[in-house]
Unconditional design. Sequence first.
Length: 338
Amino acid sequence: MGGTVLVTGGSGYIAGFLIRLLVERGWTVNATIRNLAREPEVRAALGVPAERLRFFAADLERDDGWAAAMAGCTHVAHVASPFPAAKMPDEALIRPARDGALRALRFAKEAGVKRFVLTSSVAAVAYGHEPLDGGLYTEADWTDVTAPGISAYVKSKTIAERAARDWMAENGAGMEFCSVNPAAVLGPVMSADFSTSIQLVQRMLDGSLPGFPRIGFGVVDVRDLAELHLRALETPGLDGERFIGSGRFMMIEEGGAILRARLGEKARKVPKRRIPDFVVRLIGLFDGGVGQIVGELGRVRATDASHAERVLGWKTRDEGDSIVDTAESLIERGIVKV
Ligand code: NAP
């Protein structure tokens, strides 16, 4: 395929891999960033031919810049959304996530965009309720944001995807829409400006994680997730689909064991012990970050990515390889000293 595609949040981790892949596959990319002062740094990290990538300043919370960024685009990957490591008030995340998605949709429709792909999350699928089919969570599941203990981030992703789908039902005629719903994204980093999801591997390696709480994640590799976005953009005839992007669910303790087994000396600071649940609960009383994981202790939120496999022929690589590649790249780039 080819043509011009808008990728929002061009400074982000997932967007970076997607931009590279789109350019490789013949697309010209318009990318939004909040502040054009960052363009040289983001361009240098991406390393794609200058003439195939243009940057536009646009913020999720303001209209300025969106019309110019969309002009001439037939496709949009709306990737930008706040994903902070620190705990934040609900509205500080929900507002930009929801209003940004609606803003991007509105400007896309006005620009005559044909296909709009929203980067949502398994956060919008697998929280606050048991899986509908009693086994794995699927695209039929929706997070219940009214359940107790739902984090601001999980709320923001659920509310944004719901709002986008409601907007499409009312206003979207003529524009196709689908969402990609990734699990925890790992893989090599392009620079020291990486996503919150990478921080866990960073903390295992640098010794700042004192032990393993009993929590886990489905893992998806950032390179494969870029491919999933590309297929969601390019495959004809999609409209309204959700595509879970995940590999196997694993407890983080297992991730640590993989690092120790495959990285040898470089993994010498990776903890070996488990932190008992009661200790995590106790620390969670006064540490907001730890408090956020208390409700996750022992929970398995395994999701089923077979829909993406069936419809798009997509599958992510072995999660052990993703974890090791994350670690190797953090070490090679000098981001973690081991
Ligand atoms: P990231 O590196 O933090 O990227 C987030 C991007 O959103 C950045 O480019 C950021 O811009 C932009 N952004 C945030 N608030 C904004 C605002 N108010 N206006 C304009 N841009 C704004 O994280 P990521 O992992 O690549 O996340 C990308 C998307 O994937 C997000 O929608 C996230 O929810 C979703 N996702 C991520 C994971 C994961 O494990 N990483 C899993 C599921 C879904 P700045 O650089 O200016 O901050």
